[in-house]
Design a protein around this ligand. Structure first.
Ligand code: NAP
Ligand code: SF4
Length: 678
């Protein structure tokens, strides 16, 4: 049956949006995300390839990562800016690529204000931020007027470079937000004081840009709907700002949530789907221009519901389009099960950007590597056996099969997924199940011969051109006296529900799995239940209807389900090796659950009394009824040596290759790169 506008799936999501002077072909906006390519030598041509792929697959409007309108507004000393014709010329490859692919693109103008990481930062008042070590200089009145003109000049340069519009970054706590909020704006002149004066800066910026670019140019203003900081805007203030921004000439308002200094998660995996969209919906009655909603919206089903029920006019997503550039195309073909879903982990995107490495994606290593990681059809079809159906084995199998190889997959368990099957049971990690759904779809699509519940033996592996061992890891069992005591269990036994922990638990090892285990033991699993929303708002102290300034109220924490100790031998801060952008959330979550964290521990004995240990030569016994081992992993690769001895072409990937600090990001990346070459 031919698809028509009326009967096609996701018809609200795929409906055009008429902006008067131009039409967007559907309701998906690729939200601004700094990729790190903005600063790389020849990075803009890589960005062009990155955006081209997304535009080609149907994204209606892309917004670039932030470019500063001047020197002092840069995020770091060498961060991207657009201030002159030389810089402008480098952008033409981006706009041409997107237009050739049938898309539209807007440049985000971002002035970091006091969030900049250099000594020349400026702000409305000289108040340092908690997230950078530098004290900002106070902008003079002349400086303010000049900055407004620089925003307008940046927009004009973008327009001449072929952009279809700009987005003015007015949220997340950057310069514009710093003017709006009393906590960061102590000025006594015409740019500070009551709200009408504090909001003058963004309104003048929008007005100046509109005057510069004319009426037929998209001007998105990103407005903070929930600051999540003390003395943040009240709802009344947010509404009056939105109306003034509309009056000043904005085409659309995009909704931002939370300043970067806020200690409340806004995009990480434990944030429930679409949890902030009720705020966008609330604003809809107050303004006439289209509103864009965002944050943890990663499936076409959720986008469709939001647009169909008029909670917003467009949905902004950045990470889901890193994970799958063909998100829109697959929805158009009613193949949403084929979408490689973003799991909200931040591990390969934002965590890398924070350490000045280009963003890519844990579930899609090709993101940001479009010009170098290419899956070409093979000229020589090989028969390949893959042993192990965890993330590494699955990633290898589907990528190699997509290139035309014949794959046979052996998995000793009765289900696929390996460690992802464990991860999906942790509260806040439900999206790992989406990855498994994606792989199941791809196995079917490429007709990969899959043997479940089958432990591959040497005899099974004799007729292949290549053998890929993705046999994973086994929990490390440390040498502690009493390790065989009945109270001791591994994380694997707990998460597979082979053993049941008691009410007083000591977790040995505070790596990613130790932290996950502490959450699993203390928090109820509300995944998929409607209570998850109320629980999230209450736990983090969010007044979703923002009648309190900044949307903050006192958190209400349910009593923890168990008494838990999290232990490590190192003396370092807990969780320092976790993700840059999520480690603090895990630490805070454990504090909320009253998990006691003890470092510098020497384990002495486990017996009927509990766990005996020493800290700084002080002996003590934790009277626990359960000891859970989260003490890392060792490689599991029993077939490797025998296959080598047979002179077979054998490859080790994932945890079986290297278990030390193994994570899914490395495993999938390594597997995919091997599959691209083999
Ligand atoms: P891990 O990060 O290597 O942590 C294992 C911990 O066990 C170590 O921190 C170590 O701490 C302790 N340990 C190691 N050998 C020991 C021994 N012989 N006796 C007692 N304690 C010992 O491994 P993991 O927690 O299993 O995590 C595996 C990987 O998955 C990691 O890369 C992790 O980052 C990733 N992961 C990440 C997340 C997340 O970011 N949320 C979640 C899950 C997994 P001490 O030596 O100080 O005691
Ligand atoms: Fe999403 Fe994780 Fe990929 Fe980032 S790395 S885009 S959060 S799946």
């Amino acid at each position: 049956m031919e698809l028509t506008v009326d009967n096609r799936p996701f018809k609200h999501m795929l409906a055009p949006l008429d902006l008067g002077f131009t039409v967007l072909k559907n309701r998906i906006l690729m939200g601004a995300m700094h990729t790190g390519l903005e600063e790389e030598k020849s990075g803009l041509s890589k960005l062009a390839a990155f955006y081209r792929e997304r535009a080609q697959a149907g994204v209606a409007l892309i917004v670039t990562g932030g470019f500063s309108p001047n020197m002092v507004g840069r995020l770091a000393p060498f961060s991207a800016k657009l201030t002159n014709r030389k810089e402008q010329a480098r952008h033409v490859c981006i706009t041409e690529a997107v237009h050739e692919a049938g898309g539209k693109i807007a440049l985000q103008i971002l002035h970091a204000g006091r969030y900049g990481y250099h000594p020349f930062i400026v702000a409305p008042s000289a108040i340092p931020s908690p997230i950078t070590p530098f004290k900002p200089w106070t902008l003079s009145k002349r400086g303010i007027a000049k900055t407004i003109q620089q925003f307008a000049r940046c927009a004009a340069l973008a327009q001449e470079a072929g952009y279809d519009g700009v987005e003015v970054m007015g949220s997340e706590g950057y310069l514009i937000n710093q003017f709006i909020v009393a906590h960061t704006n102590h000025r006594k002149d015409a740019w500070g004081g009551d709200f009408s004066r504090r909001m003058r800066f963004p309104v003048e910026i929008v007005r100046a840009i509109r005057a510069e670019v004319g009426p037929a140019f998209i001007l998105i203003y990103r407005l903070s709907l929930l600051d999540l900081v003390k003395q943040g805007s009240s709802w009344e203030e947010i509404v009056s700002l939105a109306q003034a921004i509309e009056q000043a000439g904005a085409t659309m308002i995009n909704t931002g949530i939370g300043w970067h200094e806020a200690r409340i998660p806004t995009i990480a995996s434990m944030v429930p789907p679409g949890v902030f969209t009720p705020l966008t919906q609330r604003l809809k009655t107050a303004v006439h221009i289209p509103l864009i909603t965002s944050n943890r919206i990663n499936t076409p089903e959720l986008v469709e519901e939001i647009i169909a029920t008029q909670q917003a006019d467009m949905v902004s997503m950045a990470r889901p389009l890193l994970a799958d550039p063909a998100f829109v195309e697959k929805a158009l073909l009613d193949e949403s099960a084929a979408i490689n879903t973003c799991i909200g982990c931040n591990q390969a995107c934002l965590d890398r950007v924070f350490v000045r490495q280009p963003a890519t994606c844990l579930v899609n290593p090709r993101a940001g590597n479009e010009t170098t990681l290419i899956y070409e059809q093979t000229q020589k079809v090989k028969k390949i056996a893959v042993v192990g159906g965890g993330p590494a084995g699955l990633a290898f199998a589907v990528t190699a099969a997509s290139r035309g190889h014949q794959i046979t997959l052996f998995e000793k368990e009765s289900i696929l997924g390996g460690q992802f099957n464990l991860a999906k049971t942790i509260p806040g990690k439900a999206d790992f199940a989406e990855s498994l759904r994606y792989y199941a779809y791809q196995l079917e699509k490429y007709k990969i011969e899959t043997h479940l519940g089958k432990t591959a033996q040497l005899a099974d592996l004799q007729r292949y051109d290549e053998i890929v061992l993705a046999t994973g890891v086994m929990p490390r069992i440390p040498e502690i006296t009493g390790i065989d005591h009945p109270s001791v269990m591994t994380y694997l036994e707990v998460l597979r529900q082979e053993k049941t922990p008691g009410k007083r638990v000591a977790i040995l090892g505070a790596g990613g799995i130790g932290f996950d285990m502490a959450i699993w033991l203390t928090q109820p699993d509300l995944q998929g239940k409607t209570e998850i929303y109320q629980d999230f708002y209450a736990r983090w102290g969010i007044d979703i209807f923002s009648d309190h300034p900044g949307g903050l109220v006192a958190p209400q924490l349910p009593a923890p389900q168990r008494e838990v100790y999290l232990l490590q031998r190192k003396k370092e801060k807990f969780g320092v090796r976790l993700g840059k952008t999520t480690g603090w959330i895990h630490r805070l979550s454990l504090k909320q659950q009253q998990v006691r964290m003890l470092g510098g521990v020497v384990y002495e004995l486990i017996d009927d009394e509990g766990l005996h240990l020493r800290i700084d030569e002080q002996k003590q016994c934790l009277a626990v009824d359960t000891v859970i081992l989260c003490t890392g992993q060792v490689e599991y690769k029993p077939l490797y040596e025998p296959l080598k001895q047979q002179r077979q072409h054998v490859h080790l990937i994932g945890g079986a290759y290297k278990a030390l600090e193994l994570d899914a990001k490395h495993a999938i990346d390594q597997a995919t790169r091997l599959a691209a070459l083999i």
